[in-house]
Design a protein around this ligand. Structure first.
Ligand SMILES: [Fe+2]
Ligand SMILES: [Fe+2]
Length: 379
């Protein structure tokens, strides 16, 4: 949580029973009081007793003020990356891939800018003309994959490897007829079967290159594999897919969904993250998703998904209160179930750690103020 996103509030302003739509933090940025829960006497009393004069108020989630913030990556680096992708595409079209020298230098540039500006906004290329899609998409997936690999704690070698994997992941689309790749609408079944070959084509273009690590090759080949085995080309399942392919897969979907296409409007960052979260057990490695969503949400100024103190509906139909969150598994916090699946309040709320209960997951957050006030009296 960045201090400059918070508003300083005099403690004398706080009154018992007051319901705030945002969160209260102390000056260290630690959460003091959840959103939408009426302030109680002892909370205010303790602040005063401890000599606290000010608290910090964070407005409701989903705030985006990224336009005002400085970007992590320079225009020169993006221009350089476009040149690098151009070189790769030309080499493949008119012969075979050579050293990937430009691509590697481009990734290195992005890496240094990322390391030098860790608090800056993660700026991606925004598509202006549809025919630039594959170039822009490859660069964005490369940047996002580097960012996520870093956030997962890998060293610079793996981080740069994943930058390269992002650049190369869809290269095999060159081998697929343009009328399928550039089609302005959903693919037919037959076209889809052809399209599904692109990870294998991408892999075939790089598999014999000793200067490309096996991590890159695997990430490229497996970037459409899915956690539940429903992906392609090999229908791999779970951990076998590996963290690196999961990283590229999530970044791939994120960039695709947040970009306008001729037949599909872009989703907002919030909606995209929410989609990825919902699919975390089905499509993506939940561990990698947890970190991705946290980091992208944080860097976009989104307070948190399902923040502590919010009320949610579960897949079971039950209603619950978020008690504590787990940074690795944003989608699976600790909850207190307040109402059963028929909507009847429970006499004794049930505490559940969603991380240990795979049968339940959060479907949506409750935003109706009346319902929130009612629920706040149940615990
Ligand atoms: Fe792909
Ligand atoms: Fe892609």
């Amino acid at each position: 949580m960045e201090q400059n996103e918070l508003k300083r509030v005099d403690v004398s302003f706080l009154k018992e029973g007051m319901v705030l739509s945002g969160f209260l933090y102390n000056e260290k940025g630690e959460l003091l009081w959840p959103a939408r829960k009426p302030l109680n006497f002892s909370f205010i009393f303790n602040l005063k007793k401890n000599g606290v004069d000010f608290v910090y108020y964070s407005p409701p989630m989903y705030k985006t003020d990224t336009a005002l913030r400085e970007g992590m990556f320079s225009k020169e680096s993006f221009d350089y990356a476009i040149e690098a992708i151009d070189e790769i595409v030309h080499e493949v079209k008119y012969g075979k891939l050579s050293s990937l020298k430009l691509a590697k230098l481009s990734v290195e540039r992005f890496f240094h800018e990322m390391e030098n500006h860790p608090t800056h906004f993660l700026n991606l290329l925004v598509l202006k003309k549809y025919d630039q899609y594959t170039y822009y998409h490859s660069i964005n997936v490369g940047i996002l994959s580097m960012f996520l690999t870093r956030k997962l704690g890998y060293n610079h070698i793996y981080v740069q490897d994943m930058g390269l994997a992002g650049f190369l992941h869809d290269l095999g689309k060159i081998k697929i007829p343009a009328k399928i790749v550039d089609k302005n609408g959903p693919l037919t079944l037959e076209e889809y079967q052809i399209m599904k070959k692109h990870p294998l084509y991408s892999y075939n273009l790089i598999k014999d290159d000793n200067n490309i690590s096996n991590f890159v090759k695997k990430a490229v080949l497996f970037h459409h594999e899915r956690w539940n085995g429903s992906g392609y080309p090999l229908n791999l399942k779970g951990d076998v897919i590996g963290n690196f392919a999961s990283i590229v897969a999530i970044c791939d979907v994120y960039d695709a969904l947040t970009t306008d296409r001729p037949y599909k409007k872009a989703l907002s960052v919030n909606d995209t993250l929410y989609y990825i979260l919902k699919k975390s057990d089905e499509y993506f490695n939940p561990f990698v998703v947890g970190r991705f969503v946290n980091e992208i949400a944080r860097i976009n100024g989104i307070a948190s998904f399902f923040p502590v103190g919010s009320y949610v509906i579960l897949n079971s139909g039950e209603t619950a209160y978020i008690v504590a969150k787990d940074d690795e598994y944003t989608l699976r916090p600790e909850i207190l179930i307040l109402k059963n699946f028929q909507g009847k309040p429970l006499r004794t709320p049930i505490w559940v750690n969603l991380k240990k209960d795979p049968s339940r997951y959060i479907k949506k957050i409750i935003e109706d103020q009346g319902e929130i006030e009612f629920l706040s009296k149940l615990h």
